[in-house]
Design a protein around this ligand. Sequence first.
Ligand code: ADP
Ligand code: MG
Length: 250
Amino acid sequence: MLEIRDLRKSFGQAEVLRGVDLTVRHGEVSCVIGPSGSGKSTLLRCVNHLEKVDSGRIEIDGELVGYRESGGRLRELPDRAVARQRARIGMVFQNFNLFGHLTVLENLIEAPVGVLGLSKVEAARRARDTLRRVGLDGREGAYPRQLSGGQQQRVAIARALAMEPELLLFDEPTSALDPELVGEVLAVMHDLVRAGQTMVVVTHEIGFAREAADSVVFLDGGEIVESGPPVEVLSNPAHARTREFLQRTL
Ligand code: ADP
Ligand code: MG
């Protein structure tokens, strides 16, 4: 489903991703862990084409993200084609990124109407379905500020789901939450895992990674230091850098 090969990205002199490889199969969950500044957000942003890559390839279902091949060269896709690709990828951010001046329902129907061309009636029906999935039916008329952080993040997840994404990216979805609100968001994420949603989750929740991930990737200094099943990477890491990171995190 997602295939990343030798991805490189610099900001000025700083090489933030130094040849990252990552494969996520249909229905699988990959958890990315690593210290602050290791390039985790940049990696997700490249997949979602929020950042342009310097070199390497990102493919989703065999389709290059942001480029097409022609005569052995890569050419940038026009904006409309990029928008179409991005519509297939959902993203959930640390700080929810809801539209504060819109109600929950309006947040949820905006992209299905504006990007997918659904009617408002159809989009509203879909929005109610996704709100039910995150345990927030009945809150259509609320504004984000009237909701707790955990509820806001669940609305953000519902908003991503309303686009029926093939791939869902999470960037530290529980890091901005009060500790007592983390569980309700993780519970929704566990439901998505059970439903077979393909996901890449950047997280500091080692317990979630242990239970939910098919593979765990430890990123440090823009490089994948090790990756593999959670029992290997989290319980029996091969590298000293991974062990040190886990000791600091736990
Ligand atoms: P993480 O999510 O693992 O904390 P990031 O991907 O956010 O790491 O950042 C990796 C490095 O890239 C950091 O040193 C950060 O300062 C730098 N960086 C990220 N985005 C930008 C940007 N838009 N411009 C310049 N530097 C950036
Ligand atoms: Mg980050």
